[in-house]
Design a protein around this ligand. Structure first.
Ligand code: NAD
Length: 353
């Protein structure tokens, strides 16, 4: 065994159907008595359900969470938290809602209980993001790591199948890059492989029957593991590229990950052979990049950046953005290789690896 460093991001995890009903005891455990509940406007009924279970200790609902945490939204949510003298936050929703809770906690250190409804994995990380003047700044701070996560798969039954598949690919991306991260360790490797295995087995079942309770549960379990990997080790080319082009061109988050992942893995394949073998084994296919492409394709996912809104004339700008700030990656980043990766992802052709 080689030397390694492993820092656990400790959170309490409550997993299972109907675990939402345990929100009251979990809030009590944290000693909170004045709770603010967050959601998007579309999912306000979820927030109302949480407030209903909490009763009089739910002091307010803030239902204005939106993608990428605009600073204006964060300021408004922080002001509301102050106004109602909140001593705890419950975020029910996807990465956008959990991200808003983190923006509040970054300033106030209020404890967060996260109740995720997608597979994005933000609930398992100390990473926050805030968008100001069109630029998303991200950072790490232990204050923003949720204290408790309640994973209730019943909340994901209504996640539309195509969004579910894209979100599942988003989760796999965390684990896939975790397997070749410069600072990976045996524990994150275990979580990554098991997370990919659970999600890859569940995806085709969710694609044909979105109400499959076992598959939903397996996928959410995998998303937790993959999110934990994201929170523990450094991401590389794939995440940097998604971040850069998703933000600059307003592409949908999960779908961007889903379209790019087979191509970023194909690009890194020759410099991360051990990781590729582990991914291929976990998905039960002969190879990682084309195997994930086939899995996404068979599950009905969007396969090209073209169909999710990137224009061909934006590819060169995307390459510039991806090269703008250097970061560790198994394969040294070169303009031509990046351009070819983006052209393949734009057309959505099957990668060869
Ligand atoms: P999201 O929260 O915006 O949700 C995506 C869409 O799914 C929305 O339209 C939402 O209304 C809908 N939705 C969510 N749950 C649903 C449900 N159960 N049923 C039906 N519809 C549902 O997006 P996301 O993909 O969950 O998260 C993406 C955001 O999170 C991005 O801003 C990304 O940067 C951030 N993120 C951050 C981290 C981190 O560690 N900080 C990790 C992953 C993602």
């Amino acid at each position: 065994m080689h030397s390694f460093t492993y820092s656990a991001n400790a959170a309490r995890v409550i997993f299972g159907y109907d675990s939402l009903s345990r929100i009251g005891e979990e809030i009590e455990r944290l000693g909170c008595t004045r709770v603010m509940v967050l959601s998007t406007s579309g999912h306000r009924p979820h927030a109302e359900r949480v407030a209903g279970v909490l009763g009089s200790i739910a002091k307010g609902i803030f239902d204005r969470a939106v993608m990428h945490v605009p600073i204006e939204t964060a300021l408004a949510a922080r002001a509301e938290a102050r106004r109602i003298e909140a001593d705890g936050i419950v975020a029910i929703g996807g990465g956008s809602t959990v991200g808003l809770a983190k923006a509040i906690a970054l300033e106030t250190a209020l404890p967060i209980v996260a109740i995720p409804t997608t597979y994005a994995g933000s609930e398992a990380t100390p990473i926050y993001g805030l968008t100001e003047g069109g630029i998303k700044r991200t950072g790490r701070d232990a204050k923003v790591l949720p204290k408790t996560i309640i994973y209730d798969p019943s909340l994901t039954l209504e996640l539309p199948p195509l969004l579910s598949i894209a979100s599942a690919m988003n989760a796999i991306a965390h684990a896939a890059e975790g397997l070749y991260a410069a600072d990976r360790n045996p524990v994150t490797d275990l979580m990554a492989v098991e997370g990919i295995r659970a999600i890859a087995a569940a995806m085709p079942k969710i694609a044909v029957h979105s109400q499959d309770r076992d598959a939903r549960s397996d996928c959410l379990y995998g998303a937790w593991l993959c999110g934990t990997v994201l929170g523990s080790v450094a991401m590389a080319l794939h995440h940097k590229l998604c971040h850069a082009i998703g933000g600059a061109f307003g592409l949908p988050h999960a779908e961007t990950h889903s379209c790019l992942l087979p191509h970023t893995l194909a690009c890194n394949a020759s410099c991360a052979t051990e990781a590729m073998r582990a991914i291929a084994r976990a998905i039960g296919r002969p190879s990682a990049a084309s195997g994930l492409y086939d899995l996404a394709s068979e599950s009905g996912a969007a396969l090209s950046l073209r169909e999710i809104g990137l224009r061909e004339d934006q590819i060169d700008r995307a390459v510039d953005l991806a090269l703008a700030s250097p970061y560790p990656n198994p394969r040294p980043l070169e303009r031509e290789a990046l351009r070819s990766l983006l052209v393949s992802a734009w057309t959505g052709e099957r990668p060869s690896d």
